[in-house]
Design a protein around this ligand. Structure first.
Ligand code: PLP
Length: 255
């Protein structure tokens, strides 16, 4: 909304109406893809949450998404996400003030030394893959009186550079999360490895999730699927798809 001229307040930094229209179009297209994939898989639309990945896009895009009914946004770096969230919620970070109605997800690699900051803004962390970060994030969340939804990131090709724990290591990490105050174990996340058929990779993740639920029946989330492969992920049982460029367009060059 434009400010009334002379009202004496700084204009709120909003996306242009052209940009809002562009984002609306991307969002409509992705929602249609999710709907079609759910129908094809015989699943209910409300089983799948769209997390719009806003990394590299400006805070004005996040606000535009919120006005278009998006409830979940994902970021991959603390350095970018923390200031962006502060802008989106109006720069107010004191507890109880300026609480964002959005749920903020960290989908990218997490280092232990970022846990303190991440625990201030993230509602969901998808990328827990080592004991050290689980312990550090749990401590930070507990100190701040928060409980963060937590997923174990699984490596589906065993390549440690891409992040994620080996499938064999998942039960131990899940047990640790379940025993850590400040964290709530929700399920598993993966990125389909290059060179593997996505549907095969997502089936491996789904099977790991089934095994996990034998001990942790509430760990029902499966975070899988991006712009390129969300249909395959939904067919395999994804509950959370993480979609960036298909909603927001070609990603601005990383700074
Ligand atoms: C960037 C990113 C996404 C979204 O990727 P798009 O191809 O833009 O949809 C999803 N998950 C993770 C972990 C990411 O880093």
């Amino acid at each position: 909304m434009a400010e009334i001229a002379g009202a004496g307040r700084a204009p709120v930094d909003e996306a242009t109406s052209e940009r809002v229209a562009e984002v609306r179009q991307g969002l409509t297209a992705v929602r249609a893809r999710i709907g079609a994939a759910c129908s094809a898989a015989g699943r209910d639309l409300d089983e799948v949450t769209l997390v719009v990945v806003t990394k590299t896009y400006p805070a004005t895009d996040v606000r535009a998404l919120a006005t278009l009914g998006v409830l979940d946004v994902g970021e991959n770096r603390d350095q970018e996400a923390a200031p962006k969230r502060a802008v989106v919620v109006g720069g107010q970070t004191a507890p109880g003030e300026g609480q964002s109605p959005l749920r903020w997800h960290l989908v990218g690699h997490l280092q232990s030394n970022k846990c303190r900051s991440v625990a201030r803004w993230a509602d969901v962390v998808h990328s827990l893959d080592r004991e050290r970060v689980i312990e550090a994030l749990g401590r930070a969340a507990t100190d701040q009186g928060r409980v963060i939804d937590a997923l174990v990131q699984v490596s589906l090709d065993g390549d440690p550079d891409r992040g994620g724990a080996a499938v064999d290591h998942v039960p131990a990490l899940a047990d640790l999360i379940a025993a850590t105050s400040g964290l709530r174990l929700r399920g598993l996340m993966a990125v389909a490895p290059l060179g593997l058929v996505p549907s095969h990779a997502f089936d491996v993740l789904a099977q790991a999730g089934q095994r996990l639920r034998q001990t942790d029946p509430d760990a029902t989330w499966m975070s899988a699927g991006m712009s390129q492969d969300l249909e395959a992920a939904i067919a395999a049982g994804a509950t959370h798809v993480r979609v960036g460029s298909a909603v927001l367009g070609v990603r601005p060059v990383l700074g």
